[in-house]
Design a protein around this ligand. Structure first.
Ligand code: PLP
Length: 451
């Protein structure tokens, strides 16, 4: 076979892709007729595809390329680390400098009292770690019956069997089932489900489902609650301001562990280092991945508070991955965090998001088909609707309007994601005001084309 390169004709690359490459979350046989769009280069917020189109990436890849594409410093660091020590593990009383330095840096950035990091290769793996961590914690405290984890419908925590079970997406549960000991309460999606209630009353009511569930299961059986500060893959659902304080009150009252899944919201996305800080949440464990390395290397982990770490550490925890704290991934993540700090990227998020992007994003509601616009930091969503006043959904015989809108965005060289009829952005955190203008202009045109 000839060498496969960027310079091959797109149709040939697409044919090979369809023939051999099984894609995640894709009907793979459909690739045979339609073909994937093949990306070849990235710089800042811009991607180039195999046809030479310049595309503005409104999703930072999969919510992860926070410092933008093409930062060669990260490649330099990766090469140096590979040359020096390409791999060693962190099992059985061994360690290495990149893992030590990255854990210490994360502890410095994390909220007070969260000083310990258990590394994994991805967000899904880290959430699998969390299931075992919280159960091990209660075992070690002499309460082994505390095993149930309460999560939320439409939450997303990964697609391993553990992460997929914590997530509340029926489509994922339908493919392979769900583990025992995970139950779900409702999500704080005011636009879709709030009805006649005020946002505040709805937020309280949704949070109080946690208390009802704890009482129903018996607190002696409940280990933890897990939630994303802002649901991402569920549609960028920004909860009413009453929601998280009430969740926190309930978690504190019943003494269960709180896991904040910060895989998307961590490392600047909401305008603070962590989404928990933006929403006043005090978790015992935070899941991290994506923005930790800006996606330049696969790495994730769990940031664990002092008390939980002390209990877990009192005995051997029979858990870990070959690549926990991988030296190349850790070195690259450390360089990513250095750049974020040196270039004040978290402050930049606040500067461009409010009021500049917030105003333009809300301005999309002037379109007759846009009924809701939500934004926190640099993650936002709009709801497409046939009737704003009724907060109506499109009937399914129209097909998914969100899917069509995403296709129009793609054709207009803008990447936005759709979740049902919600359209989402989560661009690289380095996006400039001029690039925000381009993103909004292309979004408007694309929405209009499917009106
Ligand atoms: N948790 C959240 C909140 C996520 O958004 C994701 C991925 O989108 C994950 C966990 C899973 O992370 P990964 O895809 O790295 O396994």
């Amino acid at each position: 076979m000839n060498k496969i390169t960027n310079h091959m004709p797109t149709a040939e690359l697409q044919a090979l892709d369809a023939a051999h490459h099984m894609h995640p979350f894709t009907a793979n046989t459909a690739l045979g007729s339609k073909g994937a769009r093949i990306m070849t280069q990235g710089k800042g917020v811009w991607l180039t595809d195999s046809e030479g189109n310049k595309i503005i990436d409104g999703m930072a890849g999969l919510w992860c390329v926070n410092i933008g594409y093409g930062r060669t410093e990260l490649g330099d660091v990766a090469k140096r680390q590979m040359d020096e020590l390409a791999y060693y593990n962190t099992f059985f009383q061994t360690s290495h400098v990149p893992a030590i330095a990255l854990a210490a840096k994360i502890a410095e950035l994390a909220p007070e009292g969260m000083n310990h990091v258990f590394f994994a290769g991805s967000g899904s793996e880290a959430n699998d770690t969390n299931i075992r961590l919280v159960r091990r914690y209660w075992d070690a405290k002499g309460q082994p019956e505390k095993r149930i984890i309460i999560a939320r419908t439409n939450g997303y925590h990964g697609s391993t069997i553990g992460g997929g079970s914590l997530g509340g997406m029926s489509g994922i549960h339908a493919h392979g089932g769900k583990i025992a000991g995970v139950v779900h309460i409702g999500e704080p999606n005011y636009w879709a489900q709030g009805g006649d209630m005020t946002p505040e009353a709805f937020g309280l009511a949704r949070a109080q489902e946690l208390e009802a569930m704890i009482l129903n299961l018996g607190v002696e059986n409940v280990a933890a609650f897990i939630g994303e500060p802002v649901q991402g893959a569920g549609g960028v659902i920004v909860p009413p301001s009453s929601y998280w304080p009430e969740i926190q009150r309930i978690v504190d009252k019943y003494g269960i562990l709180l896991i904040a899944d910060e895989v998307i919201t961590g490392f600047g996305r909401t305008g603070n280092w962590f989404g928990s800080q933006s929403f006043g949440i005090k978790p015992h464990i935070m899941t991290i991945a994506k923005g930790l390395s800006s996606g330049y290397q696969p790495i994730g982990g769990s940031i664990v508070c002092d008390e939980v770490a002390a209990v877990i550490g009192s005995d051997e925890f029979n858990h870990g991955y070959t690549y926990s704290g991988h030296p190349v991934a850790a070195a690259v993540a450390l360089e990513n965090l250095r750049i974020m700090q040196e270039e004040n990227i978290v402050a930049h998020v606040r500067d461009v998001a409010h009021p500049y992007l917030a105003k333009k994003w809300a301005g999309l509601m002037e379109h007759p088909m846009v009924g809701d616009a939500q934004l926190v930091g640099l993650m936002g969503s709009i709801a497409l609707t046939p009737n704003k006043a009724a907060r109506a959904k499109f009937s399914s015989d129209v097909g998914t309007v969100g899917y069509r809108c995403r296709e129009r965005c793609f054709a207009n060289n803008l990447i936005m994601r759709h979740v049902g009829d919600r359209m989402i952005i989560s661009p690289p955190l380095v996006i400039t005001l001029e690039e925000i203008d381009v993103l909004i202009e292309r979004a408007w045109v694309s929405i209009d084309e499917c009106y």
